[in-house]
Design a binder for this molecule. Structure first.
Ligand code: DOR
Ligand code: ZN
Length: 397
């Protein structure tokens, strides 16, 4: 039995493909193969590589490297890779300004591959936390030039004060969620929305994970501000209760949250406050995740190949989490296939001005095919998944 549908190739507007500089974790060819196998044919890639994408040269280098995806052995023709510039110092914003103004044909070409600016309010993988002055200037310049600005919203001060106090009392990884508490995200989103209001910046909240943060976005939208947000599959499907089985594999920034937060995110999808589902696909090797001090394990989980099947499973009226205790959310987690197209194609395409059409590239999905997620069978170089053993329905053919 099969039940085939055609969808536009989907967009993941938040991935880390690790090239250049971190290719022992992942690279553009391996991760685009993972994306394509999961129905994602356009990705927006983040700047925390080595070197970081904070200069014109670094962006040019990434664009050049992405050409090899087309020639790789995998089925990834027409794969579209776009890049965010980053900024940890004010001078990095000048590079972005040059690209956006595009005074030469080479820069004009480059602009087409740049989807905006990413700033980190606190350090995460790659230590790209920016100071207050750079953040303010970023909102001002992006507002003036109409550049989409994405922010990782966690407050550095709250994280460092709370984190320091807790760090000495435990080496249990679940404390990571207390060291980077919900208040930290809420405070940073509030600050960012204030800046977006002041400078008219088109501002997008990365991986929103808290009830309070979602409420701020809801209010900003009511106020008519150009504010949008995304949520990740790991915050939609996992909670702090999953540390028990995942250990350090459940460590990411922002961290896993409570069941109440998880329910709020599904509520945000239902009422349209959430604009996009995107993965924050952040591969690290299993060795890196599992060896040594749990609190020093790198943050981040892969997700680009499993996002669409997980969402299709919910669209089929099923809840894929194997733990019966996790099923209580099922009534609140509602989504239809048209919502998946809205969250993973129409909205990111509009927000980041990607210019894709629904027929540029299509995917065929067999809605009736059930399969079990195994990290070793996925295409990411990292070879593991936080959704190991989960039964999903919906196979990308
Ligand atoms: O968990 C995370 N991993 N959060 C981030 O902000 C960065 C990402 C990574 O690059 O590993
Ligand atoms: Zn990220």
């Amino acid at each position: 039995m099969s039940n085939l549908i055609t969808l536009p190739g989907l967009i993941d507007c938040h991935v880390h493909f690790r090239e250049p500089g971190l290719t022992h974790k992942a690279d553009m060819v391996s991760e685009s193969a993972a994306a394509a196998a999961g129905g994602v044919t356009t990705v927006c890639e983040m700047p925390n590589t080595v070197p970081a994408t904070v200069t014109v040269e670094a962006l040019m280098d990434k664009v050049r490297r992405a050409e090899k995806i087309r020639n790789s052995e995998f089925r990834i023709q027409n794969f579209d890779m776009r890049f965010f510039m980053g900024a940890t110092e004010k001078k990095h914003l000048l590079a972005l300004r040059d690209i956006w103004r595009g005074s030469s044909p080479a820069l004009q070409q480059l602009k087409k591959r740049c989807c905006g600016l990413k700033v980190f309010f606190d350090h995460s993988t790659g230590n790209q936390g920016a100071d207050q002055e750079t953040i303010t200037e970023a909102f001002r310049m992006c507002g003036e030039m109409g550049i989409p600005l994405v922010a990782h919203c966690e407050d550095a001060e709250i994280n460092s004060v709370t984190g320091y106090g807790l760090r000495v009392t435990s080496d249990d990884v679940s404390i990571h969620s207390k060291m980077r508490p919900p208040e930290s995200e809420v405070a940073a989103i509030k600050r960012a929305i204030d800046l977006a209001r002041e400078y008219g910046t088109q501002f997008h909240v990365a991986h929103l994970s808290t009830t309070g943060g979602l409420q701020l976005v809801r209010e900003a939208k009511k106020e008519g501000l150009p504010v949008t947000c995304e949520v990740t599959p790991h915050h939609l499907f996992l909670t702090v209760e999953d540390y028990e089985t995942l250990g350090t594999l459940g460590k990411m920034n922002p961290p896993l949250r409570s069941k109440e937060d998880q329910a709020a995110l599904w509520g945000g999808i239902a009422d349209g406050t959430v604009d996009c589902v995107s993965t924050d696909h952040a591969p690290h090797t299993l060795d890196e995740k599992k060896s040594g001090d749990p609190l020093k394990a790198p943050s981040g989980v892969p997700g680009v190949e499993t996002m669409v099947p997980l969402l299709l499973t919910v669209a089929a009226g099923k809840w894929p989490h194997p733990n019966p205790n996790a099923k209580s959310i099922k009534e609140k987690a509602k989504i239809q296939i048209s919502d998946i197209v809205r969250l993973c194609f129409e909205n990111p395409n509009r927000i980041f001005q990607l210019g894709r059409t629904k027929t540029d590239r299509t995917i065929t999905v067999d809605l009736d095919q059930e399969w079990v997620i195994h990290g070793k069978e996925l295409h990411s170089k990292c070879g593991w998944t936080p959704f190991e053993g989960w039964k999903v329905c919906g196979a990308i053919l």
